[in-house]
Ligand binder design. Structure first.
Ligand code: GLC
Length: 569
């Protein structure tokens, strides 16, 4: 196996002997393994600083992976043998003998299937929420980001067709001309959401998409394109079918997304400059600048594109640009977004007004801008990627999605990944409380709330995007737990969710410091709360699913990090 042999891939080797995967899938997986092994080291574009000591590196990677795997298996169920699995009446995924699926699993599958949206007879996505008691607004649409956990659930359950349909449909939408008032958006922008319009008189169906021109605040989604690429890799990885990604239109779709985010301009940072509200947090919440959610998704999408892009005339140029950007982004994020006790203490003692390349406090952060809460929040062991870094401004808030994606994409080093999990464990009450897990911590209140949110009545303290608890994030937390070898944390979080979610009719979010109350304006039967739960359950049951959504560290990034350190500073 090559440098990119992942924990999950190693798991698959063992699981495949024991589980009842359809044959063609196993054969496809063989092909898939070689497909996914492409790493930076194989791209001869002058970025290879040393001759790779492959066998030694690989031996280590495999040893680590196997160690992690045995930990997972033991942790999962110490005594029970693995069974070939079976399907329940609800079409739930394969299960272990002696492992009765939670009654909620069947209910969740039913609810997920009810949320399916069809276009000309084919399922193309899932509706955001099936709640008739509240005003629909745009919750009757298929959101790209919301569909991701649904897609993963279907892939894990051996139903890839809907995912393929979704990928192809959204690709068609990408090629639409997009205008907001008289201004035309970039060609590559993927929609935030779309819906199917039925004309009962003519008996026709048409799609309408929203690229931000109808969204509150009129912001285009930066995350949609990244999720689209990540999903294309998940589909390819899970089915072993690389023919979808290889289609000329898929290759072009990826290149268009990449053109938007790799374009050169006035930037001095490799991170991506964004407007407020351009991601999961789609309202003004002070996340403009370089929000961690987007930077982590950007990193992951670049890594996924690297394995999906063909090295033909057009693809090759992009591959080169991706590799360069990945190195710079990796370095920047790990160096400047990372906060632990030591780093916090260093910032606390920062000198200001330094000039020239010898500056330690490069962005001129004023120590007085450190918020009080962060000193109490920071545990002795642990750390996290902060919300935002820009000139003289650091947003110290903790964001769940960005930190989990940093672990899954290996933007975080192994040490950093463990530190993120250490922090979640030691700040369990604050971040998980009674419902997993806070979208961000802490909430902004009073004067700050007025200035930062513009007095947003939906984002009051400890509600919605402002410190609310979002069950959908359970799948990301679970994936991060499995990757770092701590499934017991995920199990604890899932138990909390199981005590409430079904009873409360799958709310979109919970409010309050502990996440005890169903959110003020939360939709019920929110599809991604349902799918997020299913994905979390399925990954815990069969950790090999993690491979769809996780990337191991590319060893080539490490030596370069050290090299660039000595060049630049
Ligand atoms: C809210 C969320 C957004 C989600 C949408 C549909 O606007 O902030 O992230 O995509 O609802 O569920």
């Amino acid at each position: 196996m090559d440098t990119l042999c992942t924990v999950a891939e190693c798991n698959e080797c063992d699981f495949s002997k024991l589980s009842e995967k359809p044959r063609s899938l196993n054969m496809d997986r063989e092909r898939q393994r070689s497909f996914d092994e492409r790493s930076l080291s194989e791209l001869s574009i002058g970025f290879s600083p040393r001759v790779m000591t492959r066998s030694a590196d690989n031996a280590n990677a495999n040893a680590n992976a196997n160690a992690n795997f045995s930990r997972l298996v033991i942790d999962h169920n110490p005594d029970a043998p693995f069974s070939p699995g079976r399907r329940s009446g609800f079409n739930t995924p394969r299960s272990l003998i002696g492992y009765e699926p939670h009654p909620m699993v069947g209910e969740a599958w039913d609810a997920l299937r009810r949320s399916l949206v069809y276009f000309r007879g084919k399922p193309v996505g899932t509706i955001a929420a099936l709640d008739s008691s509240e005003e629909e607004l745009n919750y009757d649409q298929v959101f790209v980001r919301d569909f991701v956990p649904s897609a993963l659930a279907f892939l894990m359950n051996g139903e890839p067709e809907i995912v393929k349909n979704f990928i192809l449909k959204t690709l068609r939408l990408q090629s639409w001309e997009k205008k907001i008032d008289r201004f035309q958006l970039g060609e590559g922008v993927m929609p935030a959401s779309f819906k199917v319009l039925h004309d009962p008189i003519r008996n026709t169906e048409t799609l309408i998409a929203d690229f931000g021109e109808s969204a509150i605040g009129r912001v285009a989604p930066v995350d949609s394109g990244f999720w689209w690429i990540i999903l294309l890799r998940a589909y390819t990885k899970s089915t072993g079918d690389s023919s979808l990604a290889e289609l000329p239109e898929c290759q072009k779709g990826m290149r268009l997304i990449l053109s938007l985010c790799l374009s050169e301009g006035f930037d001095t940072f490799p991170t991506l400059l964004c407007a407020d509200g351009c991601c999961m947090i789609d309202r003004r919440m002070g996340v403009y600048g370089y929000p961690i959610e987007i930077q982590a998704l950007f990193f992951m999408a670049l890594r996924c594109a690297l394995v999906l892009l063909k090295q033909d005339d057009e693809g090759k140029e992009f591959v080169e640009r991706i590799v360069k950007r990945l190195h710079a982004l990796n370095y920047h994020m790990r160096s400047y977004f990372w906060l632990d006790l030591k780093q916090l203490n260093d910032i606390y003692r920062y000198k200001t007004e330094e000039y020239s390349h010898t500056a330690v406090n490069k962005f001129n952060v004023i120590p007085d801008s450190l918020p009080e809460w962060v000193f109490d929040f920071m545990p002795i062991r642990g750390g996290y990627f902060i919300g935002n870094v820009s000139p003289a401004k650091m947003d110290f808030r903790w964001f769940a999605l960005g930190n989990c994606i940093a672990i899954l994409s290996s933007l975080a080093t192994e040490e950093q990944s463990n530190a993120i999990m250490d922090l979640i464990e030691s700040r369990w009450e604050e971040l998980v409380g009674e419902m997993p897990i806070k979208v961000c911590y802490p909430a902004i209140e009073s004067h700050d709330w007025r200035i930062i949110t513009g007095c947003d009545p939906k984002n009051t303290r400890w509600s919605y995007h402002n410190g609310g608890s979002w069950p959908v994030l359970l799948w990301l937390l679970t994936a991060a737990c499995i990757k770092t070898g701590r499934p017991q944390i995920a199990r604890r979080a899932i138990e909390l969710a199981e005590s409430r979610l079904l009873k409360d009719s799958w709310p979109e979010y919970y409010d309050g410091k502990l996440g005890r109350y169903i959110g003020k304006q939360a939709r019920k039967f929110q599809t991604w709360s349902i799918a997020g739960y299913l994905v979390a359950k399925m990954m815990l049951e069969d950790p090999s699913h993690l491979g769809m959504i996780s990337l191991e560290e590319d060893k080539q990034l490490k030596p370069l990090l050290r090299r660039s350190h000595s060049w630049t500073f």
